[in-house]
Write a protein that binds this ligand. Sequence first.
Ligand SMILES: Nc1ncnc2c1ncn2[C@@H]1O[C@H](COP(=O)(O)OP(=O)(O)OP(=O)(O)O)[C@@H](O)[C@H]1O
Ligand SMILES: [Mg+2]
Length: 286
Amino acid sequence: MTKELIELDDVWKIYQMGEVEVPALRGLNFKVKEGEFVSIIGPSGSGKSTAMNMIGVLDFPSKGKIYLEGKDITRLSESDLAQIRGKKIGFIFQQFNLINTLSAIENVMLPMIFQDIDEDARVKKATELLEMVELGKRLHHKPTELSGGQQQRVAIARALANDPDVILADEPTGNLDSKTGTNVLGFLKKLNREKGKTVVMVTHDDKLAMEAERIERLMDGTMMSKKEAEELNGLRPTASKKKSKKNVAKQSSSIKRSSKKSASKNSIKSSKKKSALKRGKGGRIK
Ligand SMILES: Nc1ncnc2c1ncn2[C@@H]1O[C@H](COP(=O)(O)OP(=O)(O)OP(=O)(O)O)[C@@H](O)[C@H]1O
Ligand SMILES: [Mg+2]
């Protein structure tokens, strides 16, 4: 049986803005198994980036626990957490976060410096990674000399520099046209399938989200239940569509039965959520 790699247990994140408290996460429960490809969707402001920061131990929760491979890492020191991040987790940020004064290869080599890898090995690994993302001919270009899609691919190569077990991608295709976005997603899928990497991806794009094995929906700082989400729009990941017809038929009749029962009870709640999701999907409210 595959084991739980990351678990968030009743995680709260409350930002303090002067006198005002902003609850970004409200009792979030989330689990990722080793080798899974999970996408997280949800409207703007629902807490997706905050959740990714927790999953990647970039920030401390206000309340709740974070487990990595079954070990409680919630209260580790910043230097221990930095070690975990450096070795185990690769981040792909929406805004790339590349260093503009460094070339593509230097950007990819940077995380390896912090792991004390010698220079020859750094150059070799960074070159291989950039070749993998089809940027072998752009090693010495600075980010400003690269297209958006190329910068995103440098960011992917950098995320893989220390061969992390987990790749966290916060809207990795958010700034790209749909063709380049599909290519970037292709790289992530390949890393998951061929190299066994665990991938958690935040996206606004339902079509891309459905390429994952599992879709989780965030709403107001908590994950929606499967039932709530299915009532909302019936989005299902590609992998679950491959289930046998019998299973699907069984599933859909039980959904029909349960949704009939709870239709009136949930109609107000669900229409509120539906319009909120639509707002987030159509245009970003930042
Ligand atoms: N550093 C911060 N200080 C105060 N409030 C914050 C901070 N970061 C996020 N928030 C608030 O927390 C909530 C969740 O923000 P978050 O960035 O996680 O949303 P998101 O789902 O990633 O949105 P988007 O799709 O627009 O990227 C928002 O209401 C936001 O205003
Ligand atoms: Mg975000």
